[in-house]
Design a protein around this ligand. Structure first.
Ligand code: DAT
Ligand code: MG
Length: 166
């Protein structure tokens, strides 16, 4: 069964110039990239993404981290990978949430750290299960940005000014 999974290369990964390394590691999975873009993360988007952690003592720092405020890199790279067992394969490569506990050869084990204030700078986000993956992919991407028809869509009338190339 093919699965889709949301991957984020977080601001520390971008600042440390790890994009190429991370994409190379992920290519070991033989999964297909079906969407990719750079995103400037609003507070609203960050809070919605991590809403399951609201109330945790580290929540505010986590939001600042995802928004790039700790790294002077106000962007993340968002991708959707697709293929058999995509979530398990990507989470294995990413390693444990706590970079100190992650296997040393995993992405988080290789490149992550815990700051003195306790933020897990773990370089990469990977959806945790199929339900979360669907919620997160719909949060980060519009249907036309994904080259596979993953989820059902509907048409809506929208009269909005679009920016086009001058
Ligand atoms: P994962 O990112 O492995 O799915 P999660 O969804 O439980 O883990 O947590 C999301 C992020 O929150 C995680 O990547 C880093 C941060 N985090 C989780 N637990 C933490 C903790 N105890 N202290 C500091 N940051 C934490
Ligand atoms: Mg998670």
């Amino acid at each position: 069964m093919n699965q889709a999974v949301l991957i984020l290369i977080k601001p520390d990964g971008l600042k440390k110039s790890l994009t190429g390394n991370i994409l190379t590691r992920l290519s070991e999975t033989k999964l297909e990239i079906i969407a990719a873009k750079m995103v400037r993360v609003s507070q609203e988007l960050a809070c919605e993404h991590y809403k399951h952690l609201k109330g945790k003592p580290f929540f505010n720092d986590l939001i600042k981290y995802l928004q790039g405020e700790l790294h002077d890199r106000k962007k993340v790279m968002a991708l959707v990978y697709w293929g058999p067992e995509a979530i398990k394969k990507c989470r294995e490569l990413a390693g444990a949430t706590n970079p100190e506990e992650a296997e040393s050869t995993s992405i988080r084990g290789s490149y992550g750290r815990i700051t003195t204030s306790g933020v897990y700078e773990n370089v990469i986000h990977v959806s945790s299960d199929v339900t979360e993956a669907e919620r997160e992919i719909k949060l980060w991407f519009n249907p036309e940005e994904i080259i596979v028809d993953l989820y059902s869509i509907k048409s809506v009338e929208e009269k909005k000014k679009l920016a086009v190339w001058a």
